[in-house]
Design a binder for this molecule. Sequence first.
Ligand SMILES: [Fe+2]
Length: 571
Amino acid sequence: MRVTERRRLTAVARGAAPADLYVRGGTLLNVYTGELYPTNVAVRGERIAYVGDRTDMVRATTTVVDASGRVLVPGYIDPHVHPAHIITPSALARHVLALGTTTLVGDTLQFWELGGVSAFTAVANALARSPVKFYWMIRPHAQSRTTDEQRRFPLRDLVRALAHPSAVAIGEVTRWPDVYAGDPHLLRRLDLALARGQRVEGHTAGASAEKIAAIAAGGLTSDHESITAREVLDRARQGIAVMLRESSLRPDLSDLLAALKDAPGLAARAMLTADGSMPAFVLEHGFVDHLIRTAMQRGVPPVDAYRMATLNPATYFGKDTDLGGIAPGRYADICILRDLEEPRPETVIARGRVAARDGRTLLPIPEPSWRRVFTTPEARLIVSWRARPEDFRLPDRPTLPVLRLVSAVITRVEDRAPQPTDLHAALVDRRGGWVAPALIAGFGERVDGLATTISTDFNILALGRRPESLALAVNRLLALRGGVVLVDDDKVTWELALPLGGIMTAAELPEAAARERELSRRLAERGYTFHEPLFTLFFLSADFLPAARLTPRGVWDVKAARILLPSRPRT
Ligand SMILES: [Fe+2]
């Protein structure tokens, strides 16, 4: 904040200048003291100037918001968001602002992988003035093993990105085994953030208690992957800030909250996150409001529940002079609630303006110019190659490594002769230069051909029982410039175009949610039995989940760190 702005705030607080906005007659939840008491809030520009009983800053030019009988709580913060799942970050913000979320700390993986540091900068700059405040974590490494990772994640670009005013962390760091092992290359990258006073967002899924000390010593400052209360404590005891997660893939919050019963002091530091929840889940349940409600329903005192979604994340990121509480100097981000028990707000004030009312967002959220974010032919998927059935041919061997899905995202490797119920699968280079063929079991036996650009390595994932249907699905996908295409026999029977980088639609969240439900229904009809098909597709190429993955180098055994079935050039 500039000194001139601070001087104006002091003038309003003294009653020497008019407030722009005055919220009158509400009961404040003070997250700093845990008290609830009646008071008023005066706002100048984007910031709170005064909290108290006086009214001398209310003048003819002041907009007065009547909050009598209402409760004022700070705008909600999600500290760990993947904001480019099918919809744009702006579309997500447009939806969640009306649900009370005024700050998102977002992942940058998609932009980085499709356009490097300049794509990140374009998105971050476009959203810098958004009523929903965007802060960013910068990825130190890819999600899928390739030989050109150094080129895609150069150190100097990482340094540049971390210097962006809205960058607050490195993350998320999924290669926790490398941190545990003290890998100097990775630790050096993490130190770039730590040396600037920024955070390191960890992903320590499956790390056992005795490994946490080395992981914490290596520099990870938070973790959001606990799936039991025990894991929460294992991490919290070693000083790692825990984010309790309730996502569409892992709706675990109710169980995780048990950790607060064993260790009530945790409430002073724990945070809540929806992680990368898909649009259908957000539409049905809500966003941070849903997390706060769940916490209160599980017996967490309201003050603690709201703190975990406001002050705690603000403090964790070192942003508590800007965010997380209703107090002078902070952004005027205020949820006006009918009742403390119901976190979905009646009115939302963001950056000092009435931003949403009765579930409707009233202020425009800027949309990045996606043509400037995704500039290369590969990112836009403007390519001339086309798939052929023989691209999905498998080597002629008596046995092959078959990836069996045992949950929505976890696989097991079966080394055996192919069976008729196995699906062909392949990761295909966006440029058409290589193909990594595989066999998959347990996805859905009646899928003829499915192709998508939704994958953690941003190439094309195809699977199905008929190579001809697979080729057709891939080719339709190329014509759409990305998305999801379902083929039955030799006909395209369902498609979702995601022309923004092959990963996002320009549609709003409710429409995307409806399409997502259609896909889930169609895949269920074809034998898919898990709850989150988009994450199944997304994570099939992620090299950090057990037990094997489809990567550009081939079928990758995650634990043994070796290729089970190599990729090959497409000739
Ligand atoms: Fe995450």
